[in-house]
Design a protein around this ligand. Structure first.
Ligand SMILES: [Zn+2]
Length: 480
């Protein structure tokens, strides 16, 4: 690139994005003068910050270096990205098949809100890939855990890219497809199975995960991490290679050949997909084989599973091995699956429990109301705004994003925002609580972890001998 061409391209891309020189400078950590020099060709940025500039301007490093936008026609017709339109139709048809016709308004509203945002990205292609991998693994009775991110999207759920349902808590009838939302609980796994009017038993589902907590992933360089059974690794790897054969730019393979990641380039952005063989999954498969019972069969709305967690009987259960979480179980005595989920959020966050939620809990705030996930921040502000007839989308999003990145922990919550939260009637302790948080975990990841933990607890209760035999040597070696 010549400095001059680069300057012109940068100038144009910055204006397209509606940024001033000062704003672009602030985003990449330089002064407006430095940006001005780049644009006039007097100097050029160091290689190290090209990626940040690209992110700020919504262009790839390739585009910056070649000083031109990538040809839309050429890229969009490449490989799997040519199928986007069909995939959107497939997701829409699946929604109508699953939730009846007409689909309840709350569900179709969510679908169209996601579509409005995602149709300008290539994420649906990656959702389709995750779904294909998952279906193949299921066919062969192999374990796979898809990236938690997908659990934030209803479209991903409909396509089969995740088994985390992000809708608000609801009963679902697998026979007549009736849906009944129930706001008496905070998590759909806390709904007991009930008989539908058609005579079939309904299933409680829905973890109430707002799509907004996915937005920053969708807009930037998305990445998906997939962990899977070592025995399924090679199959998954060839499938991925085939899928993206024309669009992969970088492949990184770990020395032990147990993890590979690909950077895939498409019209809109680059995406990183990583596969990692997880030896623990072989034990899960052994457990399924020894008991002739599939993981899929376990129902979570099951008081006996919760009772074991309450008793602290968590030896061998992943995510519940640390002293910190055992202490949390003891202190809070979770009375629902939602409470249990909250504990995983405290454990994965930073500045969430000690000197924060712990004090509030002692003062009588229930575990379910405390801030455990970034999604909680969004939902709490939104709920208060809606109660006052305001959409609250903008404010909820800002406060969630700033809290999860620890901005208020560093600089304090600005006085005007504090006042607005007060005016909305958000709980009094809320502003002080967000000021102490340095990092918040996404709820969709928490649900993925909770699912595995609850499933293994079910086996531990019903097949103690098999559980012990398969996990005891690992427990001794400290593998879990
Ligand atoms: Zn029914």
């Amino acid at each position: 690139m010549t400095n001059r061409n680069f300057g012109d391209f940068l100038h144009e891309a910055r204006l397209r994005r509606g940024l001033t020189q000062y704003q672009l400078g602030a985003l990449v950590g330089v002064s407006d003068k430095a940006v001005s020099k780049w644009e006039t060709g007097l100097s050029k940025p160091q290689i190290g910050i090209l990626y940040q500039i690209g992110e700020a301007l919504g262009v790839s490093v390739d585009e910056l270096l070649s000083c031109k936008y990538r040809s839309v026609e050429k890229q969009s017709s490449k490989g799997p990205f040519a199928t986007k339109k069909q995939l959107w139709k497939k997701a829409y048809d699946t929604m109508r098949e699953r939730y009846g016709d007409p689909v309840p308004i709350a569900i179709s509203d969510r679908f169209f809100a996601e579509q409005a945002e995602l149709q300008h990205t290539d994420l649906i292609v990656y959702f389709d890939l995750l779904a294909t991998l998952s279906a193949k693994a299921k066919q062969r009775n192999k374990q796979i855990r898809l990236s938690g991110w997908a659990g934030t999207s209803l479209v991903a759920y409909l396509l089969g890219a995740t088994n985390v349902n992000p809708l608000p808590p609801h009963f679902f009838c697998p026979n007549c497809h009736a849906v009944l939302f129930d706001s008496s609980v905070k998590d759909g796994w806390d709904l007991p199975a009930q008989s539908c009017s058609c005579g079939t038993m309904t299933v409680g589902d829905g973890h109430d995960i707002p799509f907004e907590s996915f937005r920053h992933v969708a807009q930037r360089h998305p990445s998906f991490a997939i962990s899977l059974s070592p025995e399924f690794f090679d199959t998954a790897k060839s499938l991925l290679e085939y899928y993206f054969k024309d669009c992969v730019t970088t492949v990184t393979e770990r020395e032990d050949h147990r993890a590979t990641s690909w950077t895939v380039s498409s019209q809109h952005s680059d995406c990183t997909i990583s596969l990692c063989a997880n030896p623990a999954f072989a034990s899960y498969e052994a457990l399924e084989a020894a008991t002739a019972t599939s993981f899929e069969r376990v129902r979570f709305a099951n008081p006996e599973i919760l009772a074991e967690f309450q008793k602290g009987n968590v030896e061998g259960i992943p995510e519940f091995g640390s002293e910190f979480i055992k202490q949390l179980l003891h202190t809070t005595c979770p009375s629902s699956f939602h409470d249990l989920l909250q504990l995983l959020g405290f454990a994965h966050g930073s500045g969430t429990w000690q000197n924060n939620a712990a004090q509030l809990h002692r003062q009588g705030v229930p575990v379910g109301r405390l801030i455990a996930y970034r999604d909680d921040v969004f939902c709490r502000v939104r709920e208060a705004a809606l109660a006052r007839g305001i959409s609250g989308l903008g404010l909820s999003y800002k406060i969630m994003e700033d809290t999860r990145r620890g901005i208020y922990a560093k600089n304090g919550l600005p006085a005007d925002l504090r006042e607005q939260l007060q005016l909305l009637g958000v709980e009094e302790w809320f502003p002080d609580s967000v000021e102490k948080i340095k990092y918040l975990f996404p709820k969709a990841h928490g649900v993925t972890h909770a699912r595995i933990a609850a499933t293994l607890m079910w086996y531990k209760i019903h097949y103690p001998k098999e559980f012990q035999e398969i996990f005891s040597c690992k427990l001794r070696r400290g593998h879990l």
